[in-house]
Write a protein that binds this ligand. Structure first.
Ligand code: MN
Length: 307
């Protein structure tokens, strides 16, 4: 297990598509938890600046094993840890120690570099880990951590929910965004709704609880619905009340990102540098106040054999 971005994820490049498309995620494991990785996916590296979406858990009921992700580095991205059930503790190299609970936004921005650890309390534990690629303008900047204990609520015909980032209807999140972005956790009543959206954005729908029809495709949790730019209403339908999904979107990033392990960059040289900085413990990444074991970076496959 070589960390979040693995070989299959590397083969996902952005392809043009004109209509709504459905993709099945792939299952893997992170920090002892089963995950369904829905982004990157075949033909799609980014949706807006969203570049990574993992559905985590639930933990195995027979052998409950709480998520433990020891200190590891990030560059060039913001992480969103969005809990559905349970509680976790976030620790980072800025000195932050923040309990993470359902309904609260925790946005960690790496810039030039940050390191963090995440430890879940006892099961039940279930959540979503998302990454947002930073644009050229901010990706070399300072790291920061933002905790928003309360998020704006949105209520539209046939749905209600919370806006994590960006704006939906009249509800606007205070969370920082480096590019125009939307992230919302929505609960649908049974039936069809059109979620009003910005036609300059591309979007994806991530079902969380229950099946969701997106356009003509019926998606189970673990699947992704992709919607191209130019759509001003996202057509979603639920078979039962209390069907929950994430709606993510944004203006196409317009920058080709290169991802490896926990790094988001623009080319292999930048990733090699970040790998070396972590391995050699340079001052790019400060210490994380955590008792968990530090995670060593896998050697990038493009580097020649050990010297
Ligand atoms: Mn991380």
């Amino acid at each position: 297990m070589s960390g979040p971005i693995q070989d299959p994820d590397l083969r996902c490049e952005n392809e043009r598509f004109a209509r709504i498309e459905a993709r099945e995620g792939r299952t893997t494991e992170v920090g002892g938890m089963p995950v369904a990785r829905v982004l990157p996916t075949k033909g799609r590296r980014t949706v807006g600046a969203w570049c990574f979406v993992d559905l985590m858990g639930p933990a195995d009921a027979e052998e409950p094993d709480p998520m433990e992700v020891g200190p590891h580095p990030h560059i060039g991205l913001s992480t969103v840890t969005w809990l559905l059930e349970g509680e976790a503790l976030h620790s980072d190299s800025l000195g932050t120690q923040q309990p993470i609970r359902p309904g609260q936004l925790n946005l960690m921005t790496a810039g030039h570099g940050i390191a963090h650890a995440e430890l879940a309390a006892e099961p039940p534990f279930r959540g979503v880990q998302m990454w947002i690629a930073q644009p050229e303008a901010t990706r070399h900047g300072d790291a920061r951590f933002d905790h928003l204990a309360e998020l704006p609520e949105v209520e539209l015909a046939g749905l209600r929910g919370m806006v994590l980032v960006g704006q939906l209807g009249e509800a606007r999140s205070e969370a920082r965004t480096d590019t125009p972005l939307l992230g919302a956790d929505l609960t649908l009543d049974r039936g069809q709704v059109g979620v009003p959206t910005d036609p300059a954005f591309e979007h994806c729908v991530v079902p969380l609880d229950g099946r969701v029809k997106v356009g003509e495709d019926i998606l189970e949790p673990g699947w992704l619905g992709l919607l191209p730019v130019g759509i001003d209403e996202v057509p979603v339908a639920a078979e039962t009340d209390a069907t929950r999904l994430l709606l993510l979107g944004g203006e196409p990033l317009g920058e080709k990102v290169s991802m490896w392990w926990n790094f988001v960059a623009r080319d292999q040289d930048e990733i090699t540098q970040a790998y070396r900085d972590w391995e050699e413990r340079t001052d790019r990444f400060d210490e994380v106040p955590s008792d968990l074991e530090r995670i060593e970076a896998p050697r990038p496959p493009w580097l020649p054999g050990r010297d």
